[in-house]
Design a protein. Sequence first.
Length: 67
Amino acid sequence: MLINFKITNITCEACIKLSKSALGSLPGVKKIEINNDGLTTLESETDISMAEIKETLEKVDKKISLI
């Protein structure tokens, strides 16, 4: 399953690393790609809801929007 969204407040490489770490804690996540603009592709073996993604990223002060 591929999920695409944007992390709206990515400002540096540390933000990308922090976001990848947070998203990687979700069950079933296989691959995470985040570019410098915050465009994100998450590959998962299981269904992950946007609510779960949003809640996980809010724990590290990141916000998302659908693309």
